[in-house]
Ligand binder design. Structure first.
Ligand code: SAM
Length: 288
């Protein structure tokens, strides 16, 4: 098999298939040979697992996943890459390539059709322009997935994996912590990609929880409150929620106090339990 992290091999494949990188599709391919084996090993690519890969590029990570897992379903939006993948992955009988947009894909159908009797994990070097929607889709859909291991921009990784109650957190931190145990696995420098992006990256893993936190009376409302709370960073919880959700400030302060918090509390100071209490209280006294 060809070495898919070798720049000359990549250039030859591109020339042979008349392929040019698309910036708008986030096409930065991995050329650091140590990264893909690490993603595969730390991302549950092993016997008795089926792996969903998002964004295959020329198949550099796909190959490492296919060497270790029982089956890989690889989703790639760019049809120009399909003939290249048929070339580079021809040694693997356990890889299925699907030419589609991950955001329009019914993942539960993919899991039912391809991974009977197998545990399921997701691994990807994500196109950065859809990092958040892809992660939210994977977490919120309540699919039978054990873990999601993805390369993201370093700053995004910090926010995604921030602990509740710390300055780095945002609305996405709430969702991530609600559905999973997040962890930054390792950093990846910009020089590990071709073409090289302007920022460094990191690989994060979300181990999905079997049970989400107890006590949330209305999940949809809870996430609306979380988004509202972090919509205006550095404001107090009362100001942020009242202006973003259009609720009278006195009423929001009432809910904050009824939840046992100080009226001056900032959203980034809240624990998961405190945010749940506040959301439940706000719902009951605002009749929303
Ligand atoms: N896995 C390869 C690697 O590590 O070298 C490529 C990673 S590259 C950062 C992201 C890949 O995702 C590209 O191949 C791009 O075409 C693909 N992609 C972009 N948007 C996508 C979408 N909405 N659905 C599926 N694949 C997408």
């Amino acid at each position: 098999m060809e070495n898919l992290t070798d720049i000359n091999v990549i250039k030859a494949l591109m020339k042979k298939h008349g392929f040019e990188f698309s910036k708008s599709l986030g096409q930065n391919f991995l050329i650091n040979p140590s990264v893909c084996p690490k993603i595969a090993e730390q991302g549950n690519a092993k016997s008795s697992f089926g792996i969903i890969e998002i964004g295959t590029g020329i198949g550099v990570l796909t190959a490492e996943l296919a060497k270790r897992a029982d089956k890989v379903v690889a989703i790639e939006i760019d049809n120009r890459l399909i003939p290249i993948l048929e070339d580079t992955l021809s040694d693997f009988e356990n890889v299925k390539i699907i030419n589609t947009d991950i955001l329009k894909t019914d993942l539960s159908k993919i899991i039912d059709e391809n991974f009977k009797g197998l545990d399921v994990a997701v691994c990807a070097n994500l196109p950065y322009y859809i990092t958040s929607p892809v992660i939210m889709k994977l977490l919120e859909s309540r699919l039978r997935i054990k873990s999601v291991t993805v390369m993201v921009q370093k700053e995004a990784g910090k926010r995604l994996c921030a602990e509740m109650g710390t300055r780095d957190m945002g609305a996405v931190t709430v969702a991530v912590n609600y559905f999973s145990e997040p962890k930054i696995l390792f950093n990846v420098s910009r020089g590990s990609f071709m073409p090289s992006p302007n920022v460094d990256s990191c690989v994060v893993r979300f181990d999905l929880k079997e049970e989400t936190p107890k006590g949330v009376e209305d999940e949809k409302f809870f996430f609306k409150v979380a988004r509202g709370a972090f919509s205006q960073r550095r404001k107090t919880l009362a100001n942020s929620v009242s202006s973003s959700m259009g609720i009278d400030k006195e009423l929001v302060i009432n809910a904050i106090e009824n939840a046992g918090l100080l009226p001056t509390v900032r959203p980034e100071q809240l624990s998961m339990e405190e945010l749940i209490n506040f959301s439940n209280t706000l719902k009951s006294i605002s009749n929303l």
